[in-house]
Design a protein around this ligand. Structure first.
Ligand code: SF4
Ligand code: MG
Length: 317
């Protein structure tokens, strides 16, 4: 029966997986969309880590970035709006042996799925959560999202978005039991790759906000930072994201930040004068709910019945 064993190893011949083994359908994102770069980074990490495609699952909600599972030749679940995280937690609860990548957007995660976001971070189950933040609802053609900047003209606010934007990185750092919070940009493939790789190696929920270009609707949002690297603040530390020195030299603004320092992480996340990228917060010792939810998976049906009856007997009158 499904979910009643811990050994899911398959009797297949070992072989070396190439990039093609992870490439699914042709990506139908717009030309220049930042999502293409994220897809390439994840496929490369899968290849570098030699993740078994049959042991890898991509889960998403709804939105442009949520088409992600279609473009990976792994298992996938293209869910409902805002529901990527409960699906991913369910997968992890029953199949702890699977590698989980979650693709969600700023509308998907921070609006409709906001309650799931808070609790998935608190559950801290082992998975990589990629927040593709393009500051807009792209798939439904340019409505204001929770991260749209004030004044951004959208279909729902033609005179400009009214409210101050939500800061997903600062919010996640503030959630109970957060264990890995990072921020990167889609237009620096080296930093993007290094960040997602560090996220993959963290045991727990790794939250990575990816500042993502949407040339179709919000081309202007990250244009300046893309053209002028001095608007970006590169976080460096021996326990942080490691990038090639040649890439690090592109950024004149750098800050040595210990990712164990929660207070400083929050202060950096709230800075508005620069776009900080790197590992903001990391604590590998936070409790993980998957360590509890997967207990007893290897019990037989008979053993479960005995255990259930023993529990119920406590209430016998
Ligand atoms: Fe990418 Fe924007 Fe096009 Fe969606 S609308 S595919 S986010 S460029
Ligand atoms: Mg969006």
């Amino acid at each position: 029966m499904f979910g009643l064993k811990t050994d899911w190893s398959l009797d297949v011949l070992p072989r070396y997986f190439t990039l093609e083994d992870y490439e699914g359908g042709v990506a139908r994102w717009c030309p220049g969309c930042g999502d293409h770069g994220v897809l390439t980074a994840v496929q490369r990490i899968c290849r570098d880590e030699q993740l078994l495609p049959e042991k890898t699952v991509c889960v998403s909600g709804i939105g442009c970035s949520s088409r992600f599972p279609h473009y990976m030749k792994t298992y996938g679940f293209h869910g409902l709006h805002g529901r990527a995280l409960p699906v991913a937690c369910g997968v992890k609860a029953r199949r702890p042996d699977l590698h989980l990548w979650v693709a969600t957007g700023d509308g998907d995660c921070c609006s409709i799925g906001a309650a799931h976001w808070i609790h998935a971070v608190r559950y801290n189950m082992d998975m990589v959560v990629m927040l593709f933040d393009n500051n807009i609802y792209g798939l439904t053609k340019a409505q204001t999202s929770p991260t749209s900047h004030q004044g951004l003209k959208t279909n729902t606010h033609p005179h400009g978005a009214w409210l101050p934007p939500l800061n997903p990185t600062a919010a996640t750092i503030g959630f109970t039991n957060a264990s890995f919070v990072a921020q990167t940009v889609d237009w620096n493939p080296v930093h993007l790759h290094a960040t997602l790789e560090a996220a993959y190696h963290h045991k727990g929920l790794s939250f990575v906000r990816i500042l993502q270009r949407c040339p179709q609707y919000t081309a202007q949002v990250y244009e300046q930072a893309q053209q002028d690297p001095s608007l970006v603040l590169l976080l460096t530390h021996e326990k942080g994201i490691q990038v090639d020195p040649a890439v690090a030299r592109m950024y004149p603004n750098q800050m040595n930040h210990d990712p164990a320092d929660l207070k400083e992480a929050l202060a950096i996340a709230n800075r508005e004068d620069v776009l900080p990228i790197g590992l903001f917060f990391h604590d590998p010792n936070k409790p993980r709910y998957d360590e509890i939810s997967t207990r007893g998976l290897d019990m037989t049906v008979d053993e479960k019945l005995v255990a259930l009856n023993k529990e119920l007997d406590r209430f016998a009158i």
